[in-house]
Design a protein around this ligand. Structure first.
Ligand code: GLN
Length: 602
């Protein structure tokens, strides 16, 4: 087993996760099996109770693990299925050590950070690295370990020390440290400043880790790359080929290409003594090049309004935005997402913030399609219900996800079935007409890990032949998607809802949980209790999102009639150029380009 530890310097939030995923992608291009572990040095046991404002969305795994959104990047880039143990937090490690201490495993010894915590970290990493993450069940060859935060943070010290010891345990030839740093570019001097990078590498070395690669992130391309490279090489004591550059690109899918161009793959293979598989590499990278070309060359724009609650931070909807990008690339369209504050669509806002109210409605009306994503709590729910009503009445393509489906059901009950007091018990525990009710599994005293989580099967009903979503999923009887919810549709109302046209086309295996609903007399009105966004892949877009985008450009019908194949007109021709070279100019963000990309995607 080979290990690549990715650390951060100077500051956090510079895209260490994308760099780490891209390193994995490069290795995968040679047929190497790659897995990853993300370390979050905070004390929480998992990300389940985080507000999306803190760390962005909570990402959900097949096994129900609620983890950091970076795990989503790994799954999507490497096309793997990770486990909740692939996300380590300080809380998890301490919990394990304290449990062992209570069991008497330490035989009366004093339990300390070194060696007990550091040993527990190393054991965890070694154990989890071997866990298969691909469908073929093969044990991975390389494990990428991303250490969250920045070198020097107090809370990450035990992890740094654990890896200092670990490099000797697994031997130097099986261990690489890649340090992602940041080059400052103060406008006044027009210079690229490397001093903070030098300081952070000094700190890293001081803690006993020697960087094998220094990846210099920056906003703009460095003015004089060779000069900066020499400087870092001299002051940080590494060879020139060990210094890589990565300025902001307009798409994260260009990062592996740009890294390969700078020789990263050859360095990694040499250093880890791994074989190069030219044929595999070429075919694999060609796919990535094609994807990035599709993103570049898609001139046509689809405007999607995302009606949410955490609209100030696009990372709160990271997977939804990725799912839109992947589906957009598939049909060669750029997706422009507008985040609409749900509460601003509510009637009351007209009085308190008339500008906000009218702006929100304008944003909604300007869109080609609408998504009402998942969410929790009371704020904005009425606005989401309004958005559902508007989409239903105006025939606007609509995709509701989780809370979005619950909002769609409430809206339909109120305005079509005329059940005036239709409500979810999440908002009103004594609701007179509880259309959405708590699931029995939920235990209200304890908020952590009490939801219906992870991958579950949805079965399409026998009479689904006219259903758009059934066809989009390839007319399969069963599908598997990931869940994260506490509430569900009340079975007492299902018959009435269906009689009036809201069809529950998919249920759980026992037929007792409503998983998908759809309106027949509408171009595309689909809502799912599950979260389809968690299983999207760059080259395997998620069907509900493909359906939404196609309906938004009026091409869903022809696509479905064509058995879910794109006509040349829809896909444009796949220009299979063999030229894999990426020109630096291609990779520079232009102001127009960067604006069109979905927020948060840089
Ligand atoms: N709050 C709702 C529930 O718990 C929806 C959850 C979600 O959208 N992820 O069921």
């Amino acid at each position: 087993m080979k290990y690549i530890l990715v650390t951060g310097g100077v500051m956090s939030g510079v895209g260490k996760g994308i760099i780490a995923s891209s390193i994995g992608t490069l290795l995968k291009s040679c047929g190497i099996h790659v897995t990853s572990i993300k370390i979050d040095p905070y004390l929480n046991i998992d990300a389940g109770t985080f507000s999306p404002y803190e760390h962005g969305e909570v990402y959900v795994l097949d096994d129900g693990g609620e983890v950091d959104l970076d795990l989503g990047n790994y799954e999507r880039f490497l096309d793997v299925t990770l486990h909740s143990v692939n996300n380590i937090t300080t809380g998890k490690i301490y919990q394990e050590v304290i449990n062992r201490e209570r069991r008497g495993d330490y035989l009366g010894k004093t339990v300390q950070v070194i060696p007990h915590i550091t040993d527990a970290i190393q054991d965890w990493v070694e154990r989890v690295a071997k866990k298969p993450v691909s469908i073929d069940g093969v044990q991975p060859d390389v494990c990428i370990v991303e250490l969250g935060g920045t070198i020097g943070d107090i809370e990450s010290m035990p992890f740094v020390e654990a890896f200092r010891q670990f490099q000797f345990k697994v031997k130097k030839e099986n261990f690489i440290c890649a340090h992602v740093s940041f080059i400052l570019q103060p406008g006044a001097t027009g210079d690229d400043k490397t001093k903070p990078t030098q300081a952070s590498v000094r700190e890293l070395r001081g803690l006993g880790l020697i960087p094998d690669l220094i990846i210099c992130r920056s906003t703009k391309p460095c003015f004089n790359v060779e000069h900066v490279k020499k400087k870092i090489s001299t002051f940080c004591d590494v060879a020139l080929r060990q210094v890589l550059f990565m300025h902001d690109l307009d798409s994260i899918y260009k990062v592996p290409l740009f890294m390969e161009k700078q020789g990263a793959l050859n360095f990694l293979l040499d250093r880890l003594n791994l074989p190069m598989n030219e044929t595999h590499n070429r075919a694999f990278m060609k796919q990535w090049k094609k994807l990035s070309d599709k993103l570049d060359n898609s001139q046509k724009v689809i405007k999607i309004a995302l009606v949410g609650k955490y609209t100030q931070l696009s990372d709160a909807y990271a997977s939804v935005s990725r799912a839109l990008i992947h589906a957009g690339a598939y049909i060669k369209h750029r997706v422009e997402v507008t985040y609409v504050e749900a509460a601003n669509l509510e009637n009351e806002t007209k009085l308190t913030d008339a500008v906000g109210y009218h702006e929100a409605w304008q944003q909604l009306c300007r869109s080609d399609g609408v998504i009402v994503p998942g969410g929790f709590g009371t704020r904005g729910v009425e606005g989401k219900i309004e958005a559902c009503r508007w989409c239903r009445e105006t025939q606007k393509p609509f995709l509701g996800i989780c809370l979005g489906m619950q909002a769609a059901v409430i809206e339909f009950s109120r305005n079509v079935l005329h059940i005036e007091n239709a409500e979810t018990t999440e908002i009103d525990i004594n609701a007179k007409e509880p259309l959405i009710v708590e699931m029995p599994e939920h235990c209200p005293e304890n908020k952590g890990g009490t939801m219906r989580l992870g991958k579950r099967t949805t079965i399409f009903k026998k009479d689904s032949n006219t259903s758009n979503i059934f066809k989009l999923y390839g007319c399969r009887k069963n599908i598997e998607e990931r869940h994260r919810h506490r509430y569900e549709v009340n079975l007492d109302y299902v018959e009435r809802l269906e009689k009036s046209g809201l069809k529950f086309v998919g249920t759980d295996t026992e037929g007792r949980r409503m998983e998908i609903c759809e309106l027949n007399d509408h171009p595309y009105y689909v809502a799912t209790q599950f979260h389809p966004e968690y299983l999207t892949r760059p080259l395997k877009p998620s069907p509900p999102f493909v359906g939404l985008l196609l309906a938004s450009i009026g091409k869903l019908r022809s696509y479905l009639d064509n058995e879910c194949h794109l006509t040349p007109d829809e896909s444009c021709s796949d220009n299979d150029s063999d030229d894999l070279s990426v020109k630096l100019q291609d990779l520079i963000v232009t102001s127009t380009n960067s604006k069109i990309v979905v927020n948060g995607e840089v």
